[in-house]
Write a protein that binds this ligand. Structure first.
Ligand code: VGL
Ligand code: ZN
Length: 206
């Protein structure tokens, strides 16, 4: 059984949003086309309290996109984004939700960031996503969404480590940073995950 994870397809991650990923909205029609090919579709939602520790605004004198430490973990300081119950945190209106059976939220703890849909960045708390997928009989996990080099990458890494055969759908995601994406893909391949084009899913070989 195959699951499609739609990672953080939220208004703040598309052009016009607070942490826009270049071309982020362009993937949404493809995400909609992919959904009927899967046994299960799940979405994740970055869902931060207004005072989240990953926001540069909470660190006076520190620049947006600079690096710091947050309770012992390396942390990029982001613009305020995906604040709970704001329009920026909403899933993009063009994303088809008819097949989305569950939405896993993450990033609610102000003390720690959470890129992956499975765990926070310190692997301290699980979201329950792996158990949910296992309970649904899923063996193969396909990841897509935003951003390729952050939340999609870390979700794929955790899916692979959790024992799922993991597929990163390369053209169904967009990155914040091209160099970061190259490093992420190399790491995923090293872990045994597969980087695949959507064409093989939409038109499987006979
Ligand atoms: C993300 C940075 C901060 C993402 C979320 O969804 O990739 N990136 N929060
Ligand atoms: Zn975030």
């Amino acid at each position: 059984m195959k699951a499609l994870l739609l990672i953080d397809v939220q208004n703040d991650f598309v052009p016009g949003g607070a942490l826009a990923v270049p071309g982020g909205a362009d993937i949404i029609p493809l995400l909609n086309d992919l959904q009927p090919r899967f046994d299960l579709v799940v979405a994740t939602q970055d869902w931060h309290p207004a005072q989240h520790g990953s926001f540069a605004s909470q660190h006076p004198g520190r620049a947006v996109f600079s690096q710091t430490e947050l309770h012992g973990l390396p942390q990029t300081l982001w613009p305020d984004h995906c604040v709970q119950n704001t329009p920026g945190a909403a899933l993009h209106p063009a994303l088809d939700l008819a097949r989305v059976e569950a939405i896993f939220r993450k990033g609610t703890d102000p003390e720690i960031d959470s890129y992956s849909g499975f765990f926070d960045n310190g692997h301290r708390k699980s979201t329950g996503l792996a158990d949910y997928l296992r309970g649904r009989g899923i063996g193969e996990v396909y990841v897509a969404g935003l951003a390729a080099d952050y939340c999609v990458y870390f979700s794929a890494k955790d899916a692979q480590a959790a024992g799922f055969a993991t597929f990163f759908i390369e053209d169904a995601t967009r990155a914040i940073d091209a160099a970061g994406l190259a490093a992420a893909l190399a790491d995923l391949r090293r872990q045994g995950a597969h980087v695949v084009p959507s064409s093989g899913i939409l038109s499987p070989a006979q």
